[in-house]
Design a protein around this ligand. Structure first.
Ligand SMILES: Cc1cc2nc3c(=O)[nH]c(=O)nc-3n(C[C@H](O)[C@H](O)[C@H](O)COP(=O)(O)O)c2cc1C
Length: 214
């Protein structure tokens, strides 16, 4: 299809650091694109614990803004920006992103639990999140996995090797400190910026190293 908007898939799973997925969603929605978002059941549980009882990504965005993680919190999304985000249940295999015939440009799983990582590595596509990731791999589309666990079991490291060999980018949420983060929000945004770049999406959070005109 000519001139269609960019389409991005965001899966948020039940690892700690739900803020990484929510901030990614918020920053993606600033550009004119379509966003397809799926939360696992465990993600809703962890989100409630980490973001003031939030049970939807929209509640989580508000909770994140008001979290005190930023010195100057990001502005709330406008109605137009919010309308760019469609959400799907993790058991909804009728969702467009469950099929390779639906052309999306890139997907991120952020944060990615070790369980979902293992399922993606082994094509156990019994949830929409894992099925969409399988679609991304089989269709050779960009898939960015933001795994969150520490320390790592050898099994998880092997699963990271497997998804990397299959074409995914494994992007641990490890902040760089050369950008001089001054608050937790800066650290979250560092990870968001690197995730957006790995997805092939525009980002204006971080300057390119050695390039000052951004
Ligand atoms: C508060 C909390 C934090 C968790 N943090 C992590 C984590 O950082 N990494 C991880 O792999 N699992 C973590 N878990 C466990 C996962 O939620 C659990 O394995 C779950 O089955 C993952 O399901 P999902 O991949 O379908 O979201 C956490 C669980 C809770 C309740």
């Amino acid at each position: 299809m000519k001139n269609r908007k960019k389409r991005y898939v965001i899966a948020i799973t039940g690892a700690s650091g739900i803020a990484f997925g929510i901030d990614l969603l918020s920053k993606l929605a600033l550009a004119d694109c379509e966003i397809y978002c799926v939360l696992t059941a465990a993600a809703k549980d962890v989100m409630g614990r980490e973001l003031d009882g939030a049970q939807t990504v929209f509640q989580a965005m508000d909770a994140l803004r008001l979290s005190g993680f930023w010195k100057i919190p990001p502005l709330p999304l406008s109605k137009k920006e919010i309308s760019r985000i469609s959400t799907f249940e993790d058991g909804d295999f009728d969702a467009p992103i469950a099929s390779g015939s639906f052309l999306f440009d890139a997907m991120a799983v952020s944060p990615c639990s070790m369980k979902t990582l293992g399922k993606i590595a082994n094509s156990i596509a019994d949830t929409l999140a894992v099925r969409a990731a399988e679609v991304a791999l089989k269709e050779r589309r960009r898939l960015v996995i933001v795994p969150r666990e520490t320390p790592l079991a050898l099994t998880s490291m092997r699963n990271m090797c497997a998804v990397s060999e299959a074409g995914a980018v494994v992007l641990p949420p490890s902040p760089g400190f050369y950008s001089r983060p001054a608050c937790v929000g800066d650290i979250i945004e560092f990870v968001t910026a690197r995730t957006l770049s790995a997805m092939g999406a525009e980002q204006s959070i971080l300057k390119e190293w050695g390039y000052e005109s951004l």
